[in-house]
Design a protein around this ligand. Structure first.
Ligand SMILES: C[S@@+](CC[C@H](N)C(=O)[O-])C[C@H]1O[C@@H](n2cnc3c(N)ncnc32)[C@H](O)[C@@H]1O
Ligand code: SF4
Length: 375
């Protein structure tokens, strides 16, 4: 573990010093996670790509007037779920724009036609359908949520997630990435993390790097996540996600974080965070599996044999066999996990509704990983 001062000083390391930092993080990971590295086999369900925010790195979002804007129908959702189940997926990741109906009357009208007052109501119903029509576990990534919304979604989801992105309020200023984005106000994001803790919801969060933050702000974001976890114990994983520049966005020409920056951040995250928190880096955004493993990660996140990465459609998922080989070359065994990490499965009454606990019992093996391993 390292102090804030040490973490801030690590922002400048390179060459041999960076290798030492990564080796330290890697050893720390091994003490707590051993030689196992995991992934979750899932389908992505982008329930809507409309959003009341306009983050300047995001191409997923579409204005309601765009012909590409949509709300998936129940039939479309259940088709993806059924196909995913056939391919051995165990997690349904609902990832969507934030509360578009509060900004756009046209979205409100579309939802009303479908019989729903809000996107959260529709999401709840779709999670329920997943439970009824499949053997999979819903995981909800809908951005900031109120206590009431979280209470509503907890009985129909195994876990939830929301990237903190970064704690810096500077990013909200005019000309910065989160300008005029009410759901990217750090206080609101932190409140969502706290509410999840109060409600005992196993939660995924993380930081997005390369969006105009400085190193100290990155370190402080990781410390803020860790502090909330110390209070509630519910942060099951932290993702370090690297910004990818997209055409037709305000950040089209912004520099993407380089590999050293990513490795430095992963190593420092591993050393700041409670070691029981899983550390994840997406395998499709830089394809440097070995370097990531040697910097302290223990998880490659969600990978789908069916659906594309709707946020980064240009970045294909790696083959699971490639990941398994890279892991084995570094001395690790790739294993398939579920949406909920083993630690939380040991306290079902605290963390899950009865239907979710029963589902977990039927698809997890004794150590909490997937009973049927697709490798
Ligand atoms: C599309 S959003 C959906 C959930 C919700 N709207 C939110 O922003 O939290 C999911 C995540 O995609 C990530 N994302 C969006 N654009 C990205 C980009 N250009 N590069 C890397 N990650 C990106 C952000 O970190 C965001 O948290
Ligand atoms: S990143 Fe999330 S909140 Fe931001 S515009 Fe995209 S969908 Fe909306």
């Amino acid at each position: 573990m390292i102090s804030r001062a040490q973490a801030i000083a690590a922002g400048k390391v390179s060459g041999d010093e960076l290798q030492q930092l990564c080796a330290q993080a890697s050893q720390w990971r091994e003490q707590h996670w051993g030689k196992t590295v995991t992934y979750s086999r899932k389908v992505f369900v982008p329930l809507t790509n409309m959003c009341r925010d306009t983050c300047s790195y995001c191409t997923f979002v579409k204005h309601p007037d765009s012909p590409q804007a949509y709300i998936m129908t129940p039939e479309q959702v259940l088709k993806v779920v059924a196909e995913g189940q056939q391919l051995g997926c165990k997690e349904v990741l609902f990832s969507l724009g934030e509360k578009p109906e509060r900004r756009y009357p046209q979205v409100r009208a579309r939802l009303e036609l479908m019989g729903y007052a809000s996107m959260t109501d529709y999401l709840e119903q779709m999670c329920q359908q997943v439970i009824e029509h499949s053997d999979m576990l819903p995981h909800v990534n809908a951005g900031t949520l109120s206590l009431q919304e979280m209470r509503q979604l907890k009985p129909v989801s195994a876990s939830m997630g929301m990237m903190l992105e970064n704690i810096s309020p500077r990013l909200l200023l005019k000309g910065n990435v989160h300008y005029a984005c009410p759901d990217k106000v750090p206080k609101q994001r932190l409140r969502t993390l706290e509410r999840a803790g109060q409600l005992d919801i196993p939660f995924t969060t993380g930081i997005l790097i390369g969006i105009g933050e400085n190193w100290q702000e990155r370190v402080d974001s990781l410390i803020a996540i860790n502090e909330i976890h110390q209070q509630y114990g519910h942060i099951q994983e932290v993702i370090v996600q690297n910004f990818c520049a997209k055409e037709d966005t305000a950040m089209a020409n912004a520099a993407e974080p380089d590999l050293d920056d990513m490795l430095r951040t992963l190593a420092v995250a591993r050393l700041i965070l409670d070691p029981s928190i899983s550390l994840q880096a997406p395998p499709n955004l830089q394809q440097r599996y070995r370097a990531y493993l040697n910097s302290g990660i223990n998880d490659f996140g969600g990978i789908s044999p069916l659906t594309i990465d709707h946020i980064n459609p240009e970045r294909a998922w790696p083959q699971i066999s490639q990941l398994a080989q890279a892991s084995s070359d570094c001395g690790y065994q790739l294993r398939e996990r579920l949406a909920v990490y083993p630690k939380y499965q040991k306290s079902p009454q605290r963390y899950f509704a009865a239907s979710i606990a029963t589902r977990l019992d039927s698809i997890a093996r004794a150590d909490g990983l997937a009973a049927v391993q697709c490798l």
